[in-house]
Design a protein around this ligand. Structure first.
Ligand code: ADP
Ligand code: MG
Length: 743
């Protein structure tokens, strides 16, 4: 069905009819809905993880020696024994087929930020007119993927379009349910034949190894050993909007771009603050329960659900997991949200800014490092010794964020996230670190000690037991900071709701690896010769880091103009727009950082920069043509009709010698003329000949930023003002009010 076949009035009528039938929206969930959601009388522990080839399934289906070998690969990152792969594949196939699966797929995460899959059947002809189910170790471990239409940024020439996928043993295989049946999904990395990373998972795994190596070096200085690698953890809070899908069908912008390109602010926005943690409407609740049930079966540990600040905005958050698993699970959550919404006649909007004038959506990334033996290394601890160790890790974060603030901004840069970052709800585009007053005060005292010079009494001293117990929880939680310490983890709030979390995790792991390397080397050098104790060395490290890097710490209001000026004074980078942020990928610091820790080669970084710039350009161009078309074919005709209506009534009044007030007509006529000018201006900006003169993705991206986007905003402002003047029955697009408040 084309978008134009669903008119605004039909959509509104249909939804009102259903609302009447369903009765009041709050109160207990009707029994039928509860059954539909599948939660009535069913204990989730009985089906949690039933669609995952998890530890329990492995233990049950694999010979003990094979299980042990595989477990070792999973826990310690050791190479997978090929003999083991065959046995695992066969067991996995039997497990999947018993449950009704007919196909398998290597799931991978290309640079589009989406999830990609290619399905293959288990059945192969047996040569005697029948068929055999086949799934060998080689098929499990390695697959070919024709990625010629996926972005590679020149890393793979088209004559060699094939890349390959390889099983990521640390992320379990699972069964994905769909209307057509079950598919065995094997999480994989995606590489070119020459081994270059074409995906989001490969660098994440590489960055994890770099982080572990350096973290273990620091720990060894504290006399701490671990048989397991140090892993980073991610807890991802996913925000989204949920509206009736009839509205999406009636709005080409939502259908194609995932956000509204036009729309006057509703009379009521989020100013009443009555939505956050409010009662969840029944229809939404039934949807959420359905989502949760599916995710439980997929072993995704979802925990919280609530309303978010804007009308029709919600959040779903699982328990934190290791970075790799958390990222894969987040991709699954996004898929399940989208698919399940459709079944409920709803549309899940994951875009960062679907509606102007109200909050956009993010994906807060809660980040910590540690492992089962060591616990959480960002936990301050109880004893002075533990505190000292914590302070070293804290210093590494401070130094990392200060040195690589630009990189951290670049990995969350997309056209859609730009609409959110720096607007007055999401964190600003300036990357600073919130530590809370208490912790900042402790660190500042170290610096004061250094400033006073060695001779004077120091306020803080790690070497002697004068270090006070550190605040267990930093208390006040500053929502305006992009990167905040929240007691035992950091919360990075600049990640966009629609993007993969991998980019942010790669940057954090790599930056932290470099600073832990610095810290370990610093401490080793200080202690060489034995004259300086560990405590004294830590003391000097803190002084040094605070002296060099405390400029990144900011506990105040990140939305204020004062902060923008202050940040400039402190020399912190500010990239409000993606084209500029992405230049960071080719800065010498980022190239050195990523090459130095084996996370990206120079060529891989360049490819990413080009691909992300191209994506920016594509997204702005698509939206601009869409806006131009909607204005010309939907809004302008409606406005002209209204103008004619007004003109007719003025003429009729005059003909009857009645007083004719033509002020409204003049205003609409004048605004219509301006709308037409703005439409023509956008058309000119989008002329093919203009683009042809722009060589390279960066020039095109800047053209989008400085010519196309302003032209789109000018057009939108005029159209939105007209929406408030034109007779409501003539307006062709569902209004913000309808979309946000009708469920
Ligand atoms: P809030 O909305 O207050 O930020 P939520 O409970 O919605 O808190 O989300 C917190 C997220 O942080 C959850 O995903 C949670 O599992 C995660 N989290 C908790 N502890 C850690 C930790 N040590 N490391 C990483 N993530 C964590
Ligand atoms: Mg949070």
């Amino acid at each position: 069905m084309s978008a134009r076949n669903v008119s605004r009035s039909n959509a509104v009528l249909e939804i009102s009819r259903r609302r009447r039938e369903e009765g009041p929206d709050t109160g207990p969930l009707p029994a039928a809905d509860a059954l539909h959601a599948g939660t009535a009388g069913e204990d989730p522990t009985t089906f949690y993880g039933c669609n995952v080839f998890d530890d329990k399934a492995m233990r049950r289906h694999l010979p003990r020696s094979v299980y042990r070998s595989l477990r070792k690969t999973m826990d310690q990152g050791e190479r997978l024994d090929p003999a083991v792969a065959d046995v695992v594949a066969s067991a996995m196939k039997d497990w999947a087929m018993e449950r009704g699966a007919t196909h398998y797929t290597h799931v991978f995460y290309p640079l589009t930020g989406l999830t990609a899959e290619k399905h293959d059947g288990f059945l192969v002809p047996d040569g005697m007119g029948g068929a055999l189910a086949e799934f060998s170790g080689t098929m499990l471990v390695k697959g070919e993927a024709d990625g010629s239409s996926l972005p590679s940024g020149g890393l793979r020439s088209t004559f060699e379009a094939r890349g390959y996928t390889a099983w990521d043993v640390t992320s379990p295989a699972y069964l994905m349910e769909s209307a057509g049946g079950l598919v065995l999904c094997v999480p994989t990395v995606f590489l070119s034949w020459t081994g270059l990373a074409l995906d989001k998972k490969t660098p994440l795994l590489r960055s994890g190894q770099a982080l572990s190596r350096q973290a273990l070096r620091v720990l060894r200085l504290f006399g701490v050993e671990s048989s397991l690698p140090v892993l980073s953890n991610g807890g991802l809070e996913q925000e989204y909007f949920l509206i009736d899908d009839q509205f999406v069908s009636a709005r080409p912008d939502l259908l194609v771009a995932g956000r509204t390109l036009f729309g006057a602010r509703p009379a009521k926005g989020q100013e009443f603050e009555d939505q956050y943690y409010g009662v969840i409407p029944n229809r939404v609740l039934a949807f959420m329960m359905d989502v949760e049930k599916k995710l439980f079966r997929l072993g995704v540990p979802v925990r919280t659900r609530h309303n978010e600040a804007a009308p029709s905005q919600y959040e779903i958050a699982p328990m934190f997991e290791t970075a790799n698993l958390a990222t894969d699970h987040n991709q699954l959550i996004m898929t399940v949200l989208r698919k399940t919404a459709r079944r409920h006649g709803l549309a899940c909007l994951l875009h960062e800014k679907p509606f102007a004038g109200i909050n956009g959506s993010g994906k807060h990334l809660n980040y910590s490092i540690g492992n089962a033996e060591l616990g959480n290394l960002f936990d301050p601890g109880e004893t002075p010794h533990e505190n000292a160790q914590f302070l070293v890790f804290l210093c590494a974060v401070i130094r990392a964020v200060h040195r690589h603030a630009g990189f951290l901004r670049a990995v969350v840069a997309t056209a859609s996230n730009d609409l959110r970052l720096g607007a007055h709800e999401a964190p600003p585009a300036i990357m600073s670190l919130f530590l809370g007053d208490e912790l900042t005060d402790v660190l500042e005292q170290f610096r004061a000690g250094r400033v006073k010079g060695a001779g004077e009494r120091r306020m803080m001293n790690v070497g002697v037991d004068t270090l006070p117990p550190l605040p267990a929880d930093s208390g006040d939680r500053n929502r305006t900071s992009p990167f905040a310490f929240v007691g035992n983890r950091f919360e990075f709030r600049a990640v966009g709701s629609a993007m993969s979390a991998a980019g942010a995790l790669v940057a954090l792991n790599t930056m932290l690896a470099e600073s832990l390397d610095f810290a370990a080397t610093f401490l080793e050098e200080q202690m060489a010769g034995g004259a300086v104790s560990l405590g004294q060395a830590v003391q000097r490290l803190i002084e040094d880091v605070m002296e060099e890097h405390s400029a990144v710490i900011f506990n105040g209001d990140g939305y204020s103009d004062i902060w923008h000026r202050e940040a400039q004074r402190r020399g912190l980078p500010d990239y409000p727009a993606t084209p500029d942020a992405l230049t960071v990928f080719s800065s010498p610091e980022v190239i050195d950082l990523c090459e130095g820790y084996g996370v990206f080669t120079r060529a891989e970084l360049k490819a990413r920069q080009d691909i992300y710039l191209e994506q920016y350009v594509k997204s702005v161009r698509t939206e601009a043509s869409l806006a131009a078309r909607m204005a010309r074919t939907m809004i302008y005709p409606a406005v002209c009709r209204y103008r004619k209506e007004l003109a007719d009534s003025v003429a009729a009044a005059r003909a009857l010698d009645l007083p004719a007030d033509d002020a409204a007509l003049r205003e609409v006529a004048e605004r219509t003329a301006r709308l037409e000018e703005a439409m023509n201006a956008l058309r000119d900006v989008m002329e093919e000949t203009r683009w042809a003169g722009l060589s390279g993705p960066l020039k095109k991206a800047h053209y989008c930023l400085h010519a196309v986007l302003p032209s789109m905003s000018a057009l939108r402002a005029l159209a939105d003002a007209l929406e408030e003047l034109v007779a409501d029955d003539l307006w062709p697009l569902p209004s913000y009010q309808e979309m946000l408040f009708m469920k």
